[in-house]
Ligand binder design. Structure first.
Ligand code: 4NP
Length: 175
């Protein structure tokens, strides 16, 4: 279930003209670029792309400039997703430039809270799993980097679930 704090934040954003969302994981080559691709497709299919600014970034900088991990691109392509984001690290300006900063796991969440320059900025950080119905079985979007194919499929299933709910929650009259 979505925590009250997250629900309140979402409700303050719901009627905004623009929604600016940044998805964040550790490496920015698996989970967060996939979240970006899933969300982009949802808003495109809804004819709502003009309202949304969607980006992703990593708390770590090891893969800066790279395309998403080949395995994530292959699993995403099977679902019709084009994942062509170039990896970048989270920067201070992100806390100004985005309304919502969505962490994939508890460690990303804690790292982002450390990086947040102000308490108001820290209040923009939420957890992706809080939007997923599958949260009854999972408490985060698990890092697939050292996992097999099932790990990547699970990430895409969780992201699909969470992104659809996030879209509905932020879209007036959608539910
Ligand atoms: P991501 O997965 O955080 O979902 O992009 C990872 C990618 C790379 C590494 C760790 C996690 N790494 O240690 O290089």
């Amino acid at each position: 279930m979505t925590p009250d704090k997250t629900t309140r934040l979402i409700n303050t954003l719901k009627n905004k003209e623009k929604i600016r969302v940044l998805f964040v994981c550790l490496g920015n080559i698996c989970r967060s670029p996939a979240a970006e691709g899933v969300m982009r497709r949802i808003v495109d299919e809804a004819g709502d792309a003009d309202r949304w600014v969607i980006d992703s970034a990593g708390t770590g900088g090891w893969h800066v400039g790279q395309l998403p991990d080949k395995r994530m691109r292959v699993h995403g392509a099977r679902r019709g997703l084009t994942l062509d984001h170039h990896c970048r690290q989270v920067r201070q300006a992100d806390f100004d430039n985005f309304d919502l900063i969505v962490a994939m796991d508890d460690s990303n969440y804690a790292d982002l809270r450390e990086l947040a320059p102000t308490l108001d900025a820290a209040d923009k950080i939420v957890k992706m799993i809080d939007f997923a119905d599958m949260a009854t079985r999972y408490d985060c979007i698990p890092d697939p980097y050292y996992e097999g194919a099932e790990g990547f499929e699970l990430v895409l299933d969780l992201l699909d679930d969470a992104c659809h709910h996030l879209y509905t929650a932020l879209t007036p009259y959608a539910d």
